[in-house]
Design a protein around this ligand. Structure first.
Ligand SMILES: Cc1cc2nc3c(=O)[nH]c(=O)nc-3n(C[C@H](O)[C@H](O)[C@H](O)COP(=O)(O)OP(=O)(O)OC[C@H]3O[C@@H](n4cnc5c(N)ncnc54)[C@H](O)[C@@H]3O)c2cc1C
Length: 458
């Protein structure tokens, strides 16, 4: 496998993807972290920053950034997979507000570290525009803003856009309005994760690549070459978690797929907009997401690939020609200027992680020394940083604002055994696709989609 071929992003990092030396045998550490994506590396970063004397070892089956962190849409956003009302129902209004504010701070914090560490990840703090391109989408845009206001978030956090304002940011076809939040930066995701790996090494952290962990136990992470013994073991394996014994039903891997166009001429960008490299989407049910890359490509993705029986994760699932074709079609519908002739030069995908209750969580159990973070669904670029800072506080026994946030030590229920899990996840996808089609046809909001969202607790 050539790691460069896994995504457009991994093919354009600023270093060769030569694996670091694997673990050679048994060793001891203070903290061992399994997985070198954003979660594992942010945790290492803040632990090493807080206590440079800690011996921290990161074990990665492939190379840093191999997983979703090297393949995603590059929205460094303040989004959470759980809505504010759902958080408030479970933990109270103040906790929900604190969580959202912590996410706003998180985007700024990542910007700070990127600058301080000299990570050249094409950071552009341009916010996100979510377009409304039908009546039902416009209703959802208004409802999102009303909800934000009910929780005390003003236009400086989420603004309702009229058609002209929305088009001024992103001139897609059929725009009737939209929403805009400044709380998002577009990033080159693989440069971020690779730069972070180098930053943690500068702080004395050891990363072993090509080192698969076969078991996580209290006090050790076991690999075929030996074990790392440590009082604290952190699981940061997100979409790959189901491969670990004892965790098969913890997190379901759901695939998201992307395409990237060739660099577009300046004249095309003048028509499309996104002048501040705002990330963009619309208010449809089956999520789509895009960014204008620093070198003028359009990188665009969406969910919709099937969930695979038994939570299997294999490289072939990264590529679904049917989904790539649908993404290309959608791009043409959004931006007719892209026509059929603009070439898509890269296609790729990867697994993200979904907990049974759709809630991200972070936690540490002092009794057995086991820690974890994940279940971010498609919002892990920002959230993993909050997770890393929170884990650093939890592991060091600090009681801070972060350790009081409502997602801390939240335990999601396990997924159903198969075939129920397969049926449920794929049925959910079908409902959402059908809802988008029905809304486009009838111009009326889909009641089935609303019912399904309620079922999920959104
Ligand atoms: C196509 C796509 C688009 C996305 N777009 C966005 C977006 O725009 N914005 C956003 O916020 N989120 C997005 N996401 C989600 C986001 O990328 C993830 O939530 C985030 O990268 C998760 O980081 P992580 O470190 O927890 O997991 P990962 O990056 O998946 O890292 C887990 C690592 O653990 C390693 N590993 C797993 N098991 C083992 C083992 N047994 N032994 C050793 N190592 C192991 C893996 O090889 C991997 O490197 C997207 C995801 C995908 C797939």
């Amino acid at each position: 496998m050539r790691y460069q071929d896994l995504s457009y992003w991994l093919s354009t990092v600023d270093e060769p993807l030569t694996p670091r030396p694997p673990l050679a045998g048994d060793t001891d550490a203070d903290v061992v972290i399994v997985g070198a994506g954003y979660t594992g590396l942010w945790t290492a970063y803040y632990l090493a920053e807080a206590d440079p004397s800690l011996r921290i070892v990161v074990l990665e089956r492939q190379v840093a950034g191999f997983g979703a962190s090297g393949r995603n849409g590059g929205w460094c956003s303040a989004l959470l997979p759980t809505s504010l009302p759902a958080l408030a129902r479970q933990h109270g209004r103040d906790a929900a507000i604190a969580m959202q504010r912590a996410m706003h701070d998180t985007v700024r914090e990542i910007g700070r570290v990127v600058a301080a560490e000299g990570i050249d990840c094409h950071w552009s703090y341009g916010g996100t525009v979510v377009l409304a391109r039908s009546g039902p989408q416009l209703e959802r845009a208004r409802a999102t803003v009303t909800e934000a206001r009910e929780f005390g978030f003003g236009p400086e956090d989420l603004d309702l856009l009229g058609p002209a304002e929305a088009v001024a940011r992103c001139a897609a076809e059929g725009v009737r309005g939209g929403t805009y939040t400044p709380h998002c930066a577009a990033v080159h995701p693989a440069r971020l994760v690779r730069g972070l790996a180098r930053a943690v090494e500068r702080r004395g952290v050891t990363i072993h690549e090509r080192t698969p962990v076969t078991e996580i136990r209290s006090g050790r992470a076991v690999t075929p070459a030996g074990a790392v013994r440590a009082p604290v073991v952190v699981r940061a394996t997100e979409g790959y978690t189901s491969g670990l014994p004892g965790h098969r039903r913890a997190i379901a891997p759901v695939y998201s797929l992307m395409v990237a166009t060739a660099p577009l001429p300046a004249a095309t960008w003048e028509q499309i907009g996104l002048a501040e490299r705002e990330t963009f989407s619309d208010h449809r049910h089956v999520i789509i997401y895009g960014q204008r890359t620093a070198n003028g490509r359009l990188a665009f993705g969406g969910r919709g690939a099937p969930y695979h029986f038994g939570s299997r994760v294999v490289p072939g699932f990264d590529r679904e020609p049917r989904v790539f074709a649908a993404l290309r079609r959608t791009l043409g519908e959004l931006f007719p200027v892209l026509g059929p002739d603009v070439p898509v030069t890269h296609t790729w995908g990867g697994p993200l992680g979904v907990a049974r209750d759709w809630a991200a969580s972070v936690g540490y159990h002092r009794g057995d020394g086991l820690a974890w973070a994940g279940g971010y669904v498609g919002d892990g670029v920002g959230t993993s940083n909050l997770a890393g800072r929170t884990l650093a506080d939890l592991i060091r026994g600090e009681r801070t604002e972060l350790t009081q946030l409502p997602w801390v030590n939240h335990r999601s229920p396990r997924w159903e055994p198969e075939p129920l899990r397969w049926l449920a996840v794929n049925a959910g996808l079908k409902v959402m696709f059908a809802a988008d089609e029905a809304e486009n046809r009838t111009g009326r909001p889909s009641r089935r989609a609303a019912a399904f969202s309620r079922f999920l607790g959104h």
